[in-house]
Design a binder for this molecule. Structure first.
Ligand SMILES: Cc1cc2nc3c(=O)[nH]c(=O)nc-3n(C[C@H](O)[C@H](O)[C@H](O)COP(=O)(O)OP(=O)(O)OC[C@H]3O[C@@H](n4cnc5c(N)ncnc54)[C@H](O)[C@@H]3O)c2cc1C
Length: 359
């Protein structure tokens, strides 16, 4: 047995694990364990790269609080560290009178959460901003932005000790902290262990954290950008997504998505699990045409997909962040359900986890 000791071990080099490791790096030796050969190979590179404003989540939920704090911390960090980003803004549009009450309730929810910069626009004002958007009204969010998620993760890795190609197989309790068992009889004892393993965190801690309900999100690339800011429809009545929206990346390329495709745990594992199904194109087109003019079938091509580690496919479920003393694992902090806005919230999640850790 090859046994090593550290103060803090973080399992997972996605944006959340890296942000946490960077936050804790002044508190002793921190080792990040990542099964892939590079950081950010899973959900952290398969998302919309949107810095969310914190509009949709129930006020006082962790998602609302950490999104708003994380957004501000991200803008500060990006400015300080030269990480590519743009405060591009976002429009949420009502394409019929029926959607107006929902638009008003979104504005009220945002205000109750502490997002006070939304601007209500009538149809002509929406049109003046985005000539190809068909809407009777809209909400403009000036504090929504986009970010280079890879550059953010690279920033967090600076000065971190990361063991790549290292898969944690088991977590066993110690009087304080835990023993992590890897392949080839490699063992790491740590006084604090943070499980930021994304979709697979519930497999490592089966029975101790709520199980994930995987929901895939596919994107279709658009041939030309039809808008100059992010444009979202009023979300559908069921709570499984924000509706097919248009996002832009920092190079100005536009995509539609993500949709919501429920998966079983077994469906997540095969190599083709992240493929985009071309037969979904007509549904994307119809959704986009409900609020965008001049989009045709030939403008769409399959893009990429990511899998949301949800805790419920039908109802709101908050981020789950727990210290596991009561489950017999003192010093182990487990994160589950870190779906959107996990990228935005990452710096605030890191501070929150640091406030729970004992080292
Ligand atoms: C379609 C989609 C769109 C999204 N859009 C946005 C958005 O626009 N804005 C936003 O704020 N958020 C968005 N999100 C959410 C955001 O992407 C995630 O919340 C965030 O990336 C989660 O990061 P993570 O580090 O927890 O997980 P991951 O990036 O999945 O990282 C987990 C890491 O743990 C490693 N790991 C797992 N098990 C082990 C093990 N046993 N041993 C060693 N390593 C292990 C994995 O290899 C992986 O590298 C979106 C998500 C999806 C799916």
């Amino acid at each position: 047995m090859n046994r090593v000791e550290t103060d803090i071990a973080v399992i997972g080099a996605g944006v959340v694990g890296l942000a946490i490791a960077a936050e804790l790096s002044g508190r002793g030796r921190v080792v990040v364990l990542e099964r892939h050969a590079k950081f950010g190979q899973e959900t952290s590179s398969r998302n919309s790269e949107v810095i969310h404003a914190g509009i949709y989540y129930p006020p006082d939920s962790l998602k609302a609080r950490l999104c708003i704090e994380g957004r501000e911390r991200l803008y500060e960090l990006c400015a300080r560290a030269g990480i590519a980003h743009r405060r591009i803004g976002k429009l949420i549009v009502a394409s019929s009178e029926d959607a107006l009450p929902k638009l008003e309730s979104i504005a009220a929810n945002a205000a109750a959460s502490g997002v006070h910069d939304l601007q209500f626009l009538d149809g002509p004002a929406v049109r003046a901003l985005e000539p190809r958007v068909r809407a009777v009204a809209g909400l403009l969010s000036p504090s929504t932005g986009i970010i280079d998620a890879h550059a953010l993760m690279r920033h967090f890795t600076t000065r971190l000790e990361i063991a790549y190609r290292t898969q944690v197989r088991r977590i066993e309790p110690l009087p304080q902290g835990a023993r992590l068992i890897m392949e080839d009889e490699l063992v790491l004892d740590a006084r604090t262990v943070i499980v930021a393993a994304g979709l697979d965190g519930d497999r490592l801690l089966a029975g101790l954290v709520p199980p994930h309900v995987p929901v895939k999100g596919e994107y279709f690339a658009l041939r030309r950008a039809p808008v100059s800011r992010l444009v979202y429809p009023v979300p559908p009545p069921h709570l499984d997504g924000l509706g097919i929206h248009v996002t832009l990346d920092l190079a100005g390329a536009a995509r539609l998505g993500p949709n919501t495709v429920a998966l079983s745990r077994e469906d997540c594992d095969p190599p083709g699990a992240l493929a985009v199904d071309p037969s979904h194109a007509p549904a994307f087109l119809a959704a986009a045409q409900s609020y965008l003019e001049g989009i045709e079938a030939e403008d769409l091509s399959p893009g990429y997909a990511g899998i949301r580690p949800k805790l419920s496919a039908t109802e709101f479920a908050d981020f789950s962040i727990r210290e596991l003393s009561s489950a017999g694992l003192p010093g182990v902090i487990a994160l589950a359900g870190i779906e959107s806005p996990g990228l935005t919230a990452a710096p605030a999640l890191a501070r929150y986890v640091a406030s729970l850790s004992v080292v």
